[in-house]
Design a binder for this molecule. Sequence first.
Ligand code: ADP
Ligand code: NI
Length: 222
Amino acid sequence: MDPIKRGKLLEQAAAYARAELERDSSGHDWWHIVRVTRTAKRLAAVERADTFICELAALLHDVADEKLNPSKEAGLQKVESWLAEAGTDEADRTHVMDIISTMSYGGGHGQPMRTAEGRIVQDADRLDAIGAIGIARVFAYGGWKGRPMHDPELPVREHMTPEEYRNHPGTAINHFYEKLLKLKDLMNTDAARALAEERHRFMERYLEQFYNEWDAVDGAFD
Ligand code: ADP
Ligand code: NI
């Protein structure tokens, strides 16, 4: 595909993703897509990967999400049809579908991503779940679900029996231990690892301050 066609296709993909995700408040809104796409392009440049594939996959990566579709399969079918109708080359279409169908935290079943571009888009998506933005998203998601932000009487989920786990409301603070603090060690690329280290330290400092304020032991005036 020539560069002009590629540019047009990326513009169309952005408009499509924006229309699909504009009204989402579960953490997959359009600005999440904008940030992931920007980070994926930045990582692709450093890692010398195919920027076009990274950008296209990043733009479309959440359109097939099962939270927004009757099923994950229906969502993937919708994206594949869109790519075909937009005139994407078959090899590119297969590559992008391979990335978006395998990259989610649980959906990939822990299998490593098959291509450099897949590793990059997965890293970019995971980077948006940590750091200052990740903190904002975790509380936004908890609010959307109507869950408490913190409950000091609940044990951390990992230390629960399966029975306790089933009845657990899942606080925003608990989600740090369940997922966010683990993401740093799951980064695929060196560039993402470096960014993740900084974002991870920020979350640790944040939690320390959060607990200090909660217990009224922050600052020093008394
Ligand atoms: P993605 O599809 O981008 O990999 P998810 O759909 O798992 O991520 O989550 C979207 C956002 O919502 C993330 O920022 C994540 O931290 C947050 N989130 C997901 N599950 C929970 C939860 N159980 N409690 C709080 N926040 C959550
Ligand atoms: Ni995402």
